[in-house]
Design a protein around this ligand. Structure first.
Ligand code: PGA
Length: 270
């Protein structure tokens, strides 16, 4: 049975078997709070009757407070795009997991390739993951190779990146972690550049095997594995069914309410 996601009615941190994740990563958009509220409200209103999906919106941190207030009963959860590994201190420009938590967020994206390319290491990601878990939030840990080669070097790359990024996560906490597999070469393009569902399936099985080697099969089965990279409504059904993943992490299309709504709708009906 495929793992599913945290749902109402399940205790916090119980990943139930029925739901799939749809996570929107807004990146550094939109440029005003007014636009952010409008976008969020549209997504929230369209999500109301979608019982089979866990929808999470990750806006820029400056909007978390306002969106947290209007997320209300609509069923859309809020997440941040990063969190620092210290509680507080002289760390100019950083935001702690506890600050994020107090704004109503429940998830934090960590180790996105757009941060790794600026120098963030897997060791730093693992420190952030530990802190986020300590604060009772769920980390969405991003991994993904920059390129592929016919020799399969990307497999070793993924194994290292994943195991180093979750280093220190205890057995009792691993079910609170969400893994987002996002091959860097597939991010920010169009659907035809996304990974094929068959390859996604191979990678999701491989990632679960890595988790299984570290935590054992039973615990590994409860970790949601998502795909990200040029996901849109034309390919999402195949990604879920043939790719065998537990949801998607969506960038560009999560800022287009009609398109994001379609993605949610399709996943909700799979
Ligand atoms: P994309 O972004 O959907 O625009 O490819 C995905 C991501 O970077 O998380």
């Amino acid at each position: 049975m495929l793992p599913g996601v945290l749902i109402q009615g399940c205790s916090r941190y119980t990943f139930c078997m029925q739901k799939k994740f749809v996570i929107g990563n807004w990146k550094m958009y939109p440029s005003t709070l007014r636009e952010a509220k409008e976008l969020f409200t549209k997504i929230r209103n369209s999500q109301r009757s979608k019982k089979n999906t866990e929808v999470v919106v990750c806006p820029p941190s400056v909007y978390l407070s306002d969106l947290g207030k209007i997320s209300g009963k609509g069923g859309v959860r809020i997440g941040a795009q990063d969190a620092f590994w210290e509680y507080e201190g002289s760390y100019t420009g950083n935001i702690s997991a506890s600050m994020i938590k107090h704004l109503g967020a429940e998830y934090v994206i960590l180790g996105h390739s757009e941060r790794r390319v600026l120098g963030e290491t897997s060791e730093q990601v693992s420190m952030k993951v530990s802190k986020v878990l300590k604060e009772g939030l769920s980390p969405i840990v991003c991994i993904g190779e920059r390129e592929r080669d016919s020799e399969g070097a990307h497999l070793g790359y993924i194994e290292n990146e994943l195991s180093e990024s979750i280093k220190g996560v205890r057995r009792k906490d691993i079910s609170k972690v969400v893994i987002a597999y996002e091959p860097v070469w597939a991010i920010g393009k169009s659907a035809k550049n996304a990974m094929s569902p068959e390859d996604i399936r191979v990678m999701s099985i491989y990632i679960r095997k890595i988790l299984s080697n570290i935590y054992g099969r039973k615990l590994a089965e409860n970790v949601p594995i998502l795909y990200g990279g040029s996901v849109d409504s034309t390919i999402v059904r195949d990604i879920i069914i043939d790719g065998g993943v537990d949801g998607v992490l969506v960038g560009k299309q999560s800022r287009r309410p009609d398109e994001f709504q379609k993605i949610i709708e399709i996943i909700n009906n799979v």
